[in-house]
Design a binder for this molecule. Structure first.
Ligand code: TXA
Ligand code: MG
Length: 355
């Protein structure tokens, strides 16, 4: 068992974007300014916030998450004019992207200002900046001084939290406050685009798709669907760590819906004879075809945004319900499907079967 060092009483508070609790936000702002940590909702996933200009806050974020400190944090802002306080240069492409997608689920990599502590930027010359659209997030960033470093609010290696309940599971007693703002809308982390290269490049696919970025910038490098497993120094350092993996063994199955279902059902029968608990990640269209112990639909194939929103919740539920062998249907890797497949492949440790 991991040794727990629970030291504090975490404050829980609940609010909605329509009815922001100004008193609690003020209190959260005081916590952040004093070097404390607050988990909060964004439109993508819950974030674990600390003052980006306070090196001690960033050190505490790494400790609370159990995350390696060479993996830099995203700096969240809530005003366009604050971009220049963290970025040394703001290229014209950044302004065009901000115009099109901020506030929203896009993170830009830019040259960093030297005032930012190396604890926040992981010792890189660049900084990741995001201007979220969630109104609770915006109010919190403002109350906390305008610059909030925030990775996803999960313990390192677990799926990013899409509900406050999951922040609690991972971070209770390790952070000063958790703000419950309900289920997030998007469910996968922001798109990261690197603007420090000749051609802008996607480092992590997300809700702002390659297709949408191309409409604004013309030419954008879509990047690999998932970075090479053996790439020791990928551009986004976080991409090299094992992510999202459920405790059970996850396999992605690709093929026609009929072949996929019959393969998974054959495997289910074998596992059942061995007393192994099985799970399936499927869609509304196919859920009736399976015989596994746990059958979880992520929504309709017609609405891949729903698949994005439900995926991390489903991965966590399989852990809670003790799934040992998990099979997932595959999705076309374009549009938002690219982000879904990127996370699924990482969760599966690249284990994909073609039937
Ligand atoms: O949607 C999101 O982006 C969420 C919410 C909370 O805003 N945040 C999030 O943070 O996903 P995190 O820390 O889980 O992922 C940040 C990723 C990591 O893979 C990290 O390596 C990369 O961004 N990153 C941060 N700074 C970078 C930089 N200067 N250059 C390249 N990659 C960077
Ligand atoms: Mg993360």
């Amino acid at each position: 068992m991991e040794k727990e060092d629970k030291r504090m009483q975490t404050i829980y508070t609940k609010m909605t974007e329509e009815e922001i609790d100004r008193d609690m936000i003020r209190r959260a702002g005081e916590i952040l300014r004093a070097g404390g940590l607050v988990a909060f909702p964004t439109e993508t996933v819950y974030g674990l916030g600390g003052d980006a200009f306070n090196p001690e806050s960033s050190r505490r974020i790494y400790a609370a998450k159990g995350r390696p400190s060479d993996n830099p944090l995203i700096v969240h802002i809530c005003r366009m004019e604050d971009l220049e306080r963290v970025a040394l240069r703001v290229p014209e492409e950044a302004l065009r992207l901000a115009d099109a997608f901020w506030p929203g689920p896009l993170t830009m990599i830019l040259p960093r200002r030297p005032e930012l502590p190396r604890e926040t930027t992981g010792g890189l010359d660049t900084v990741a900046v995001r201007f979220p659209s969630n109104r609770i997030a915006a109010a919190l960033i403002d109350a906390g001084g305008g610059f909030i470093a925030a990775p996803s609010a999960n313990r390192s290696g677990r799926p990013s939290p899409t509900l406050a309940r999951y922040c609690r599971e991972d971070l209770d007693g390790r952070v000063e406050m958790i703000i419950d703002g309900g289920q997030v809308g998007i469910g996968l982390e922001s798109t990261i685009v690197d603007l420090t290269e000749e051609v802008p490049a996607i480092l992590r696919p997300g809700f702002v798709t390659w297709e949408k970025l191309c409409e604004v910038l013309g030419r954008v490098d879509a990047g690999p669907l998932v970075p090479e497993e053996n790439d020791a120094a990928p551009k986004a350092p976080g991409m090299k760590y094992r992510h999202y993996a459920p405790q059970g063994n996850l396999t992605i199955v690709e093929g026609t819906p009929e072949d996929v279902a019959s393969y998974i059902n054959r495997r289910t029968a074998v596992h059942r004879r061995e007393g192994v608990r099985t799970g399936v990640i499927c869609t509304e269209e196919t859920k009736g075809r399976y015989e596994a112990d746990l059958i979880k639909s992520a929504g309709s194939r017609e609405d891949e945004n729903s698949v994005a929103r439900e995926l991390f919740r489903i991965l966590r539920e399989f852990d809670d319900e003790g799934a040992e062998e998990i099979y997932a249907e595959s999705f076309a890797a374009d549009g938002i499907g690219r982000a879904v497949m990127n996370r699924l492949l990482k969760a599966a440790g690249h284990h994909i079967v073609r039937v």
